[in-house]
Design a protein around this ligand. Structure first.
Ligand code: ADP
Ligand code: MG
Length: 491
């Protein structure tokens, strides 16, 4: 409305003054009294200070027709004139930089880089996690791809003893064992001496390496998965423990178009607990020693060790007296990890492997026999190990002499199933009839056997979650051992 009144007034003024033409001009900055002025020339001046984006602009009018100031240029200040109504209203001289809107610049300056960094961080974490998971498999692949046997070099191992080698590499390296090249070098310098055992999946030989005894487990080529799995588990960091069979080397060779798979471990002359119990009886102190050492090995397997030099939790899945070896110091060590499963909370995986092999039917827990086991839960596998541990305890206790009395060696369920029981035989006894190995009353008169009797019953609950954990058993047995050492006889 104000504009329209102004236009009417100014047009009237221009028409009345016939010899001189006056224009209405835009008036801003300088000494303007309003938004408009009237003059013979409209002008715009602009001033731009060095190092500043700000432009100081003045619009107005002169009363002369050609003002001296028109088209003046100093580099800092510039002026321009025009001759029509409000012609100076939209004139700008210096190009004005378009300032991005505050929101856009904020986005560009802060949010975008932070977002990018976040995406990169997530990407790196994911890649790191993936790489760590794959690294174990990759390193095993190197085992298979040993390549040219000519590069075997005796100087790699020099004249060190096995103890030296293992000490050197296991304290300075990953803690799991010898580097793969050294493993292969050792393996190819072993001389086989005699066959000491036959498992279901191959033969075990006593061999020698630079005068020392070693055990060589030779897998049949159709059982490659067991060799691969056992190799993988033994190369797992921090697996070394006095109650886990000591791993030395693993080797795969191709001879006469057949594949030879070797797994070399410490050799234990006494053989398996199964063989030992056939020929030997023990007193209650030795019985407890065997029981404690096995549970210590099992706890070490079951536990996950966190940290950079950690170890995943491992469940054995084929615990039995034939897979436990007796050492010269009367302690046991757990062997045959070909069926083990690994679990890591840190890296969030459950690795059941892809070995078609199944455990030993006689030692199978009820949930394995009736196939209700939760195969996606690592806890389930540990619970089946505890069931089997209870059966091994029973085998040891039968061979423990109390008051001059001892039972013959018998395998678990010997009186309930045939010699080589089928899955169905075991299922009927263990799941349907819910039978358990018989516990003689005579065990009650001995402190150790009565404590072990209680433990084995708690390993044999039908419900897997009701069973004791390996750690609980270890604590109970250690307390028992300590109380006996202190002379406090408890029953
Ligand atoms: P499989 O996977 O074929 O069952 P195992 O590792 O259980 O093989 O070994 C089979 C048998 O060989 C054992 O029961 C034991 O008698 C004997 N054996 C295995 N390892 C050793 C060893 N390190 N020292 C002495 N004897 C062993
Ligand atoms: Mg075995």
């Amino acid at each position: 409305m104000q504009n329209r009144i102004f236009w009417i007034l100014s047009l009237a003024f221009v028409t009345s003054a016939s010899d001189v033409t006056y224009y209405s001009c835009s008036c801003h900055g300088g000494g303007c009294s309003g938004n408009f002025c009237t003059g013979r020339t409209c002008f715009v001046t602009e001033e731009k200070l060095p190092d500043s984006k700000e432009i100081f602009r003045v619009r107005g009018c002169f009363n002369t027709s050609i003002a001296e100031q028109c088209n003046s240029r100093t580099g800092i200040t510039e002026a321009t004139c025009c001759y029509s109504h409000l012609c100076n209203a939209n004139i700008t001289i210096f190009p004005t930089e378009v300032e991005p809107p505050i929101t856009t610049s904020l986005l560009l300056v802060t949010i975008l880089p932070v977002g990018l960094l976040l995406i990169l961080a997530i990407l790196f974490t994911f890649l790191f996690w993936k790489l760590r998971r794959k690294s174990r498999k990759k390193s095993l692949a190197r085992l298979i791809d040993f390549g040219n046997p000519d590069i075997i070099n005796a100087s790699t191992v020099g004249d060190s003893t096995l103890g030296d080698l293992l000490d050197d590499y296991c304290t300075t390296g990953s803690g799991s064992g010898l580097p793969f090249l050294v493993q292969r070098t050792v393996a190819r310098q072993v001389t086989l001496v005699e066959c000491v055992g036959k498992g279901r999946y191959g033969e075990v030989w006593r061999g020698t390496w630079q005068g020392e005894n070693v055990a060589v487990k030779i897998f049949s080529s159709r059982d490659e998965q067991s060799w691969f799995r056992e190799t993988e588990i033994y190369n797992t960091v921090l697996l070394r423990h006095e109650n886990i069979l000591g791993f030395i080397a693993s080797d795969m060779t191709s001879r006469n178009s057949s594949t030879q798979l070797w797994l070399i471990t410490h050799y234990h002359d006494t053989g398996s607990l199964y063989d030992y119990l056939q020929r030997t009886t023990v007193d209650s102190k030795a019985c407890l020693q065997l029981a404690v050492s096995i549970i210590c090995g099992l706890v070490h397997l079951h536990v996950e060790i966190f940290g950079t030099q950690g170890k995943p939790a491992i469940a054995h899945r084929d615990l039995k007296s034939r897979n436990i070896l007796v050492k010269a110091n009367n302690q046991c060590c757990i062997a045959d990890l070909g069926l083990a499963v690994m679990h890591s909370q840190t890296e969030d995986y459950l690795d059941v492997g892809n070995n078609p092999r199944v455990g030993t039917k006689r030692y199978m827990a009820p949930e394995v026999l009736d196939e209700t086991i939760r195969t996606d839960s690592f806890e389930s596998y540990k619970q089946t190990d505890v069931w089997a541990y209870g059966l091994v305890l029973w085998e040891i206790c039968r061979r423990t002499v109390i008051n001059g009395m001892v039972e013959d060696y018998k395998p678990p369920f010997y009186d309930m199933v045939p010699h080589d029981p089928s899955f169905e035989d075991m299922k009927k006894v263990v799941c349907i009839d819910q039978q358990r190995p018989n516990i003689p009353n005579t065990w009650c008169v001995d402190n150790v056997l009565s404590a072990l009797r209680k433990i084995m019953r708690e390993c044999w609950y039908q419900s897997p979650s009701a069973r004791l954990t390996a750690l609980r058993i270890k604590k109970t047995l250690n307390n028992l051992k300590n109380s006996l050492q202190e002379g406090k006889q408890e029953c």
